[in-house]
Ligand binder design. Sequence first.
Ligand code: HEM
Length: 513
Amino acid sequence: MMFLRKIIELVPRPYLVNRCVFPNITRSKHTHHLKNVQPESVKPFDAIPGLTPLPVLGPIQHFISMIGFLGPQKTFYDLCKVFYEKYGSIVKLSIFARADMVILYEPEDFDQIFRAEDICPSRPGFQTLIYYRTELKKTTFDGVYGLTTAEGAQWRDFRTKVNPIFLKPKLVKLYTPALSEIADEMLLKFKKQLDNEENINKNFEEELTKWSLESVAYVGLGCRIGCLKDDLKEDDPAKILITCANDFLKYTWALEFRPSLWKYFSTPTFKKAMRTFDRQWETSEFFIKGAKRQISERSHDIPEEDKSIIEKLLAVDEKVAVMMASEMLLAGIDTVAFSVTSVLYNLAMNPEVQDKLREEIHSEKASKRYLKACIKEALRIYPVVSTNLRRTTKDHIVRGYHIPAGIDILSPNEFLSKMEKYYPEPTQFIPERWIVEKSNPLYHGNSHPMVTQPFGFGVRSCIGRRIAELEIEILIQKLIGELKVTWTGPPIETETKVLNAFKKPYHFKFEQL
Ligand code: HEM
């Protein structure tokens, strides 16, 4: 700390950025005793087992390869497993310049906290994006901070405005035609390359990302943006959005999950991140203006229930509309592309499941029961978000320990979802568990309902869930309806880069039926 202070003293004031003070990062004193509770019956927060922090650095020594027992290459899943095996059901992590974290491994325990916090839940967002919106561009955003970064009343107001629009029953009917058209184009792209397996696998992630951006952009902006064009130029606004989405994760990972001094200095990566946020916002505004023009040029008014998400958002408030679109373009791309890859990989590895699904797709029945079960099962085994998170806003007692306000509570959903305790044959892809009767030992209801939560929990859960599910269902129906997919390599592995990601290379093989 002394060393840091010395450097800061040497730097001329205008170059110093005060990013050290973040809202909600402090917690109430651990020695503080809860009202109405016998002090001796409640163990203090600091008594929770976990990583022993070094002064100033926190438990960083555990993450340094060769010194600690963790090593730097682990996924969140691996970390959760190591902590559980070493410390048990409740684990504390203290990391320099972050709020203290507690991982709770018993679903009843995080259920208790998540429910008690579900009136206006706090979930710490990406600190760089929060800084950009609430400090650097404070006057531009003027209190409209979006769902991913807003907290308290600002989050509640925003969510109250957008919830009815996202939850309207006609959403599926409204967007199915356009999303089907986009999925058809994607299918055509695959079909054109069937005999070039190498090419398909090399470009697989990029092509899926373009499809998911095109799909979510249609919903968020109300128009096709042209991501699926073969000759996308670097300065095409669609290409800019793809680059911004990639860079967003790249820079967030570097600044917030790796050692970085961005809170004290404008490091080169920090400057690039701010430029990315600028470009992403300007491009969202550009597309929203286009959508606005199209709506105003329309000669007739259409019934309220047929109005698109964007038209309804614009009627609420233009700033909310741009912010919501901008967030959809960040949150709705890699999440959906990863989930589709997960479904396809599991179908490729389980040909009998794939055949059964294809039978449902080709049947005259309107039911998508088995398709939905396949998606649920893929998200259970490979969720894009490994752990859910809430920051406590009040005191709690869990397992006899005092947890004060300001603590980040992690529910290790991916880890729990692969435990025999909750699901028989937990690593096997068995979509039937989501549809069998209660009497069947596979029945998913035998597990605790909080164990598998790929879209999060309660009033702060994913607002894009229905859109994501619709996009995935439509694309999988098209692909599996016409193509047979197999996997020709060793089992796929994941890595954690902010979100879960699949390690390359891919080994998909698609064949025309
Ligand atoms: C399969 C795809 C997706 C998965 C697995 C997923 C998962 C999640 C999860 C776990 C959360 C945190 C929820 C919580 O804290 O309880 C979340 C939040 C969010 N997601 Fe998604 N998501 C997906 C797709 C999308 C899409 C397509 C959009 C945009 C339309 C979107 C927009 C958001 C937003 C804005 C939030 C913040 C909500 C809030 O804090 O009020 N997501 N998502």
